[in-house]
Design a protein around this ligand. Sequence first.
Ligand SMILES: [Zn+2]
Length: 485
Amino acid sequence: MKERLLTNTEPIDVFHYFEDLTFIPRESGNEKEVSDYLVNFAKEHGLEYKQDEWYNVLIRKEATPGYEDHPGVIVQAHMDMVCEKNGDVEHDFAKDPIVFEVEEDRVIAKNTTLGADDGIGVSFGLALLADDSIKHPAIEFVCTSDEERGLQGIENFDFTQLKGDYVINVDSDDEGVVVVGCAGGPVVKVNVPIRKVPADHKKEYYAIKITGLRGGHSGEDIHRGRANANKLLIRVLRALEENVRFDLSDITGGLKYNAIPRNAEAVIGIEKEDKAAVDAVIERFSGIFADEYRVNDPGITLEAVPQETADHILDEASSRRVLDYIDFTETGIIRRDQDYPQFVESSVSLGTISIKNDSAEIWIMTRSSKESQHRAMFQRIISLTKAYDGIYEVMSDCPAWEFDSESQLKKKFEDVFRELYGKDPSFMILHAGLEPCEFAVKVDRKLDMISLGPDIRDLHAPGEYVVISSTQRVWECFKRLIESL
Ligand SMILES: [Zn+2]
């Protein structure tokens, strides 16, 4: 039996519940046990609760006397965690407790993920509900399931039962930065029609390969100036077109629609005598990419690898359509935020390309914290797709949480923070999805929202840790914020 290590760690209640959670398996999709734990908590504390079929749990606590007519507060966290471990470690996330250590100011799981994302948020919610000394308006604690695989739990949550006007999401990982808005946007799958014809076996075939890019999250890393392999490839092919007549046999790029593509390749067929011209283009662009990305993406490799042969090629019209479509699709930063220009407001990422039987399939992800921009980007994708006789399908569409410069909750947080620390807090607009996005569209009255949390590092990876002193400070801030509402 694993022994308890956090019994005396302040804030006592927060770490008590956090430690409880480390005993409960809670990988995304396996939330019944943790959901039942929350239900038992509510029962033990005599609190009204509702568990839905997705294992989301809502727990209510009535306002403290004197706070009955204040607007209610919704506190929100997710119960599931990302389960990653080091390769050489025996650990079964379906039954084994998370093994962690207390190392100076950190609670750290060295060989697995810790689940501080978002076990700390859940613990804040429970500690708040359990503590009768904190004065508060009516509380609704919304603890969702299956967040990490794409906000599945909250998408199925019944928002009509909520009464509160403030939302405090406790799923941020940087004490110094409070989130006040985040990006939404559709993931669009486009199919541009193609026709394949038999390949000319007298030609020589080469795979033009781009590898070695840094990649990253297509939202959170979009401002880092890294290359998009699909876009590099198209530049090389365009330059080839000017010098060489080639047949396009295949084109692929990227592995996940929500990541910046790290590699791409096109298989082309050429006449033997054109090989020197191809080599010259490869050499020229190797130099161009090395120069253009020498700081942000210095490992780019471009090469032409000989292939046995090819079965099919795209006919000329199809080849042009596909190359044009890829070339003319926007990618990268479209606009920066007006209030906070250090943050990206709108971006597009041309994620993946692959050739199917009768079409080229291209996945594009747009993100924007401004609904009108997100519509505009989407409209441009549709127009381009129509221009090339393609069809599009919206695979998922996360709404934006727009920043509200009039936010009372943000002002109250600033007051509490200044009073505690004598300085101003920082705010950010996250260029990725977060659960408050769902609140923003699914509740038909205007909600006032922020997202906060203590310092958690190496999230989603073995070695994840939460900083104890940071948890103390954020908990203090959180309590005072609740009392100020
Ligand atoms: Zn999280």
